[in-house]
Ligand binder design. Structure first.
Ligand code: NAD
Length: 346
């Protein structure tokens, strides 16, 4: 849907300081670039990863290597901030989320310390990146799911570890508004994908993992592909450019203060369909080997976009085929560069 005049209130001035955490990673890296391209002159990008390992280091942006689970580092990160976008989290695809629940839960330290630091620094607005994993898993047992609407998080039965951390951090955001009048916004992302994201190493999500497997097969002469689960599980996937634009709109909409909102596509795709699309892009046809004991997450999940369309007159609209082709091409470049001995994304 084309962006229309929504009920935004004034965003920060172009010379106000914007702080973005998790900026060495996928979404916050893209967000940093988005605000830089929009003309913001003072952006502080923060991540615990060493700078050479960031997916994107945007020239002209102050880039700091800090662990924002530590209180003192959060105070440093937020010094002088007008707006704070907290996207740092220990995070990954289903394999990581199911295996590393303690790491996921420990991200509670990040939001707990960041929101307090942002409040104390006198920031005007605070953004928290929540997830569709906060939704009640009981509602996601059928691949032909009813799309999840914002009220479906309660009664709570979130994804163990990762989803519960998101739900608790959402509550922090809501209470900072209720008790202290600190303006917070909360977006529940649904499977974001695109270039400059994790595509290898165990934390990658389904679109990147499937693209990589198809690319590996194509370039190594392989003729099969391993698929986690039976391929019937469904998801919706939001393209990164839609997500950065959506974050900007959500952050600056007063009606959405302390109100969780879906930020996802409503185009439902099964894993089998995802494999077919990746094969079409590659011009390959592979034999599918289903690994039924692999992590597969909930059976189905889709985003109900009624609320975002009502409030912002907008929803993510990049067709999955279009976004996947861009993602595939970027991963193939990375793959070939790595094969040629170059250092590639982390
Ligand atoms: P990512 O892993 O690419 O980026 C997260 C970044 O946070 C990493 O670079 C990591 O080094 C950094 N980080 C972790 N702990 C930190 C710490 N203590 N201090 C400083 N930096 C730290 O993940 P992403 O996909 O870009 O996700 C960004 C946010 O969006 C996360 O909060 C994630 O939970 C949320 N989210 C993402 C998706 C998705 O599909 N990618 C879906 C739902 C929610």
């Amino acid at each position: 849907m084309a962006r229309q005049q929504g009920p935004q209130t004034s965003p920060a001035n172009k010379d106000d300081l914007i702080v973005i955490t998790g900026a060495g990673g996928f979404i916050a890296g893209a967000l940093t670039k988005y605000f830089h391209n929009t003309g913001f002159e003072r952006i502080r990008a923060v991540d615990k990863k060493p700078l050479p390992n960031w997916y994107q280091c945007v020239p002209g942006v102050e880039s700091l290597c800090l662990d924002v689970s530590e209180k003192e580092n959060c105070a440093r990160a937020c010094e002088g901030a007008v707006e704070v976008y907290n996207l740092a989290a220990d995070m990954g695809g289903m394999g990581f989320i199911e295996r590393c629940r303690i790491d996921c839960l420990r991200s509670i330290l990040i939001n707990t310390n960041m929101i307090e630091a942002a409040y104390r620094a006198g920031a005007r607005r605070y953004f928290f990146s929540s997830s569709a994993c906060a939704y009640n898993t009981e509602l996601q047992k059928d691949p032909l799911v009813r799309p999840l609407k914002e009220s479906d998080a309660y009664p709570a039965m979130a994804e163990r570890g990762y989803g519960w951390e998101k739900l608790m951090s959402e509550m922090f955001c809501q209470e900072y508004w209720a008790e202290r009048g600190f303006r917070t916004t909360i977006a529940r992302f649904h499977n974001v994908y695109g270039p400059y994201g994790t595509w290898d190493g165990g934390r990658e999500k389904a679109p990147a993992a499937i693209c990589r497997k198809v690319i590996e097969a194509k370039h190594s002469g392989g003729n099969d592909i391993e698929i986690w689960g039976d391929g019937s599980q469904t998801r919706s996937f939001a393209y990164i450019d839609d997500v950065t634009e959506g974050i900007d709109m959500i952050m600056h909409c007063d009606e959405l203060t302390a109100t969780p909102i879906n930020l996802g596509s409503s185009e439902l795709v099964s894993v089998n369909e995802l494999v077919t699309l990746a094969e079409e892009i590659a011009g390959a046809r592979l034999e599918r080997k289903y690994k039924l004991d692999a992590p597969r997450g909930v059976a189905g999940r889709n985003s109900d976009n009624t609320m975002i369309k009502r409030v912002l007159n907008w929803e993510p609209s990049t067709p999955f085929r279009t976004g996947l082709e861009k993602t595939y091409n970027w991963i193939e470049q990375q793959y070939l560069a790595r094969q040629a001995g170059s250092r590639t994304g982390f």
